[in-house]
Design a protein around this ligand. Structure first.
Ligand code: PGA
Length: 319
């Protein structure tokens, strides 16, 4: 069954993408209502000149609309034993990983120490969740301080399994993000719509509300990576098409540009998650606004995870 496109499909999506030129977005709006025809002409000439010079300079340059480094996270969820994790770590340690990628794995809490003590420093570690504030009398919770103490540099927040199975809401997740950042952790901030929300044409509304909750809570975006993970694609084997993913990624970047700043929109990595595997990552990585992946099931296999990390090569422009 094909998953419906968003309400911004077709002509509107084409119009959105025309706001961008070349390898980097210009964030210039060229609508005639805002500019006189001579201003429009100058802006168009300017963008074509920039485009031409970029193409000259772009041999081997990574094809990305954002300016951040490619980022691939492996979310191991509630999987593994000491033994299977030891094998997974050894497979990752022996894999060849492209250098121009930030690589992160998120083991279950109870195995973080084991992973920290055996995984190569080339790969950073994330926790899969954290408490909203300082630790104390919160049975069963783990604080950002403890996560940092174990040697993690990231935490995944707002994952759909926490939103929809555990019942975490936008405000609660925003609070966690703010506190994690205050403890110097980076945040992998997950957003994404349910199937019925997509079918009702609410994909953008849902994603924007989730983004706004993060934006309202955090003091800055330097250490935030946004993971767009349509819920219908998570663990289902039903991956979003490259066009479906790109359409939302470009909208997320546009939202950041309008509601935060053009600089944040350019710098913030927007990664895709939902049934990414070794076979589909190359086509997804070619999309201009896909800056990496958050991977569940396929991250439990070392060689396949390495293939996904190395899909950064799909972005390279062949001269
Ligand atoms: P999946 O999970 O790759 O197994 O679909 C992705 C995620 O939940 O981050």
């Amino acid at each position: 069954m094909a998953v419906v496109s968003t309400s911004l499909g077709g002509a509107a999506a084409t119009q959105l993408s025309t706001h961008f030129s070349g390898l980097r977005k210009s964030f210039l709006r060229l609508e005639s209502s805002n500019y006189t025809s001579s201003e429009s002409l100058l802006l168009n000439v300017d963008s074509h000149l920039r485009l031409a010079s970029l193409y000259k300079a772009c041999r081997g340059v990574v094809m990305m609309a954002g300016s951040g480094k490619f980022f691939v996270g492996g979310n191991w969820k509630c999987n593994g034993t000491k033994e299977s994790i030891s094998k997974l770590v050894s497979d990752i340690n022996s894999a060849k990983l492209e250098s121009d990628v930030d690589v992160i794995v998120a083991p279950p809490f109870v195995y973080i120490d084991q992973v920290k003590n055996s995984l190569s420093d080339r790969v950073e570690i994330a926790a899969q969740n954290c408490w909203t504030g300082k630790g104390g009398a919160f049975t069963g919770e783990i604080s950002a301080e403890q996560i940092y103490d174990l040697g993690c540099s990231w935490v995944v927040l707002g994952h759909s399994e926490r939103r929809h199975i555990i019942g975490e809401d936008n405000e609660f997740i925003g609070k966690k993000a703010a506190y994690a950042l205050s403890q110097t952790l980076g945040v992998i901030a997950c957003i994404g719509e349910l199937l019925e929300e997509r079918e009702a044409g609410k994909t953008f509304d849902v994603c924007y509300q989730q983004l706004k909750a993060f934006a309202d809570a955090v003091p800055g975006w330097d250490k935030i990576v946004i993971a767009y993970e349509p819920v219908w694609a998570i663990g289902t084997g039903k991956v979003a098409t490259p066009d479906q993913a790109q359409e939302v990624h470009v909208a997320v970047r546009d939202w950041l540009s309008k509601n935060v700043s053009a600089e944040v929109a350019s710098k913030t990595r927007i990664i895709y998650g939902g049934s990414v595997n070794g076979s589909n990552c190359g086509e997804l990585a070619k999309q201009e606004d896909i800056d990496g992946f958050l991977v569940g099931g396929a991250s439990l296999k070392g060689p396949e995870f390495a293939t996904i990390v190395n899909s950064v090569t799909s972005k390279k422009v062949t001269a």
